[in-house]
Design a protein around this ligand. Structure first.
Ligand code: PRP
Ligand code: URA
Length: 221
């Protein structure tokens, strides 16, 4: 049996990975459908995020502890190091938090508020709250959409200004323009996506994409 490889490294961007798992591909197709309603959209964002998190957390380190099973005492691995932080980019990133927490229930959750000015396309910063003790703490910045890359670059800039270096970016749909922008600004940043789409339209929306992720998650615009 040929074992399929689910994590695909992009040939031009060595830190950019897409997750090529049949469940991810299937759920993403339903997510993209304009007739998928708000409740299903929310559930799917959570489910796809959970599947991505399984791949994204491969680098976490473990230590050996002693565990007493009903039959004997054994040496067994458990996660080591400081509790990680999930940092959703408001608003749409909030939709991914429960997917992270379903596999990492003890993670801390920070928040960064950024929205894209629809005329200039530049990110507008409005909120930032993260834990205080960040030495050796890893951060997962999440946002369903990586379009021009402006919002993601700004979020990572803010973390680096705080001295945080162990950062991973996780999105659902990426545009090549956004990946290039983020890789140029932060060349060592690992970036994970469920899909890399064709590109941006004249309004800098991802094509084919899934529309406005925040609006579809929350029913507001
Ligand atoms: C969307 C999306 C990203 C950003 C991506 O948020 O959730 O944060 O746009 O675009 P970029 O890569 O070109 O910066 P939006 O600014 O619409 O804010 P919202 O989540 O509050 O709707
Ligand atoms: N923000 C979204 O929600 N969707 C896009 O396609 C681009 C930015």
């Amino acid at each position: 049996m040929k074992i399929p490889q689910t994590l695909i490294q992009h040939p031009n961007f060595k830190h950019f990975f897409t997750v090529n798992h049949p469940l991810v591909l299937h759920k993403l197709s339903i997510l993209r459908d304009k007739d998928t309603d708000q409740q299903a959209f929310r559930d799917l964002v959570k489910e796809i995020t959970t599947l991505l998190v399984y791949e994204v957390t491969r680098h976490l380190t473990v230590e050996t502890i002693s565990v007493e099973t009903p039959l004997k005492v054994m040496k067994s691995p458990r996660l080591s190091g400081k509790t990680p932080v999930i940092l959703p980019i408001l608003r749409a990133g909030l939709g991914m938090v429960d997917g992270f927490l379903s596999l990492m229930p003890t993670a801390k959750v920070g928040h960064i508020g950024l929205y894209r000015n629809e005329k200039t396309l530049k990110p507008v910063f409005y909120y930032f709250k993260i834990p205080k003790d960040n030495a050796q703490r890893c951060y997962y910045v999440c946002d369903p959409m990586l379009a021009t890359g402006g919002s993601a670059v700004e979020a990572i800039n803010r973390l680096k200004q705080e001295g945080i270096r162990d950062i991973t970016f996780v999105c659902l749909v990426a545009a090549p323009e956004g990946v290039e922008c983020l890789c140029r600004a932060h060349p060592d940043l690992p970036i994970y996506a469920a899909a890399l789409d064709e590109g941006l339209n004249a309004d800098s929306y991802i094509v084919p994409g899934l529309g406005d992720a925040g609006d579809r998650l929350f029913g507001t615009s």
